[in-house]
Design a protein around this ligand. Structure first.
Ligand code: ZN
Length: 207
C-alpha cells in the first residue's frame, strides 16, 4: 500500500531483501478506501518471484479467494469480520484447495477468541495493529496482549501457524511485537518512506 502504484515492479525490486511482499486489497466496503485487485496481483506475479502475501480487506472474501490464488498469491488472508463464520470457513477451504496458504486477520476491536474456530487449520494469523484501511497510522500498543494470547495458543497446540502483525511497524515497534510473539512483520511507510529500503528492512528485521 505504501509503494508507488505506478511503479510497483520497481518498488518491489527495491524491497527484494524482504521475505514477503504484502499486498493490501481494499474494496471500498469492508474499508472505505479502494486499492488494487486481481489484475494487479496477476501482473505482480509476472514481475517477481517473491512470496506474495495478499491481505484481503474486502466483504465476503469467499467470492474472490480463488481468483487471487489463481492470480499468483502464495498466501491469502481473509478478515474474520468480513462474512459469516460459515463463509469464512468456505473461503479458507477455497484457498487450501488452490494449494495456497491461508490466514485469518483480526481488526483491533475483534477479540483473540474470534480466530479459534480456524486456528488449527491456518498457516498464519494476522493481528491488525492499526485500523485497516489506510497507511501511515500509529501503532496500537494495546494489541500486544492479543498477540501474546494467540502465540500462547499456537505454542500450546503445537501448531506451525505463523503470527503476523500489520500497522505502524517500524524499528521502534518491531521489538515489541516480536517480544509478544509475532514472527511476520508487515511494514509500509517505515520502508517506503526511506530512501534506502534495504536498510529499512534490515533495521526492522534486526530490531
Ligand atoms: Zn495489510
Amino acid at each position: 500500500l505504501s509503494a508507488d502504484f505506478a511503479y510497483l515492479a520497481r518498488d518491489i525490486q527495491a524491497i527484494s531483501t524482504a521475505d514477503y511482499v504484502h499486498v493490501d486489497v481494499m474494496d471500498g466496503m469492508f474499508v472505505s478506501n479502494i486499492s488494487i485487485g486481481v489484475p494487479v496481483v496477476k501482473s505482480l506475479r509476472k514481475a517477481t518471484d517473491m512470496f506474495l502475501d495478499v491481505h484481503l480487506m474486502i466483504e465476503k472474501p469467499v467470492r474472490y479467494a480463488r481468483r487471487f490464488c489463481d492470480a499468483g498469491a502464495d498466501l491469502v488472508t481473509v478478515h474474520a469480520e468480513a462474512d459469516t463464520p460459515e463463509n469464512i470457513t468456505a473461503a479458507i477451504a477455497e484457498i487450501k484447495a488452490a494449494g495456497k496458504m491461508a490466514a485469518v486477520a483480526l481488526k483491533p476491536a475483534t477479540a483473540a477468541e474470534a480466530v479459534l474456530p480456524w486456528l488449527d487449520t491456518l498457516d498464519m494469523v494476522l493481528v491488525m495493529t492499526v485500523e485497516p484501511g489506510f497507511g501511515g497510522q500509529k501503532f496500537m500498543a494495546d494489541m500486544l496482549p492479543k498477540i501474546e494470547t494467540i502465540r500462547a495458543w499456537i505454542t500450546e497446540r503445537g501448531l506451525s501457524c505463523a503470527l503476523e502483525c500489520d500497522g505502524g511497524i517500524d524499528a521502534n515497534t518491531a521489538p515489541l511485537v516480536k517480544a509478544a510473539g509475532c514472527d511476520v512483520l508487515v511494514a509500509g511507510s517505515a520502508v517506503f518512506g526511506r530512501v534506502d529500503r534495504a536498510a529499512a528492512v534490515s533495521s526492522i528485521r534486526n530490531a
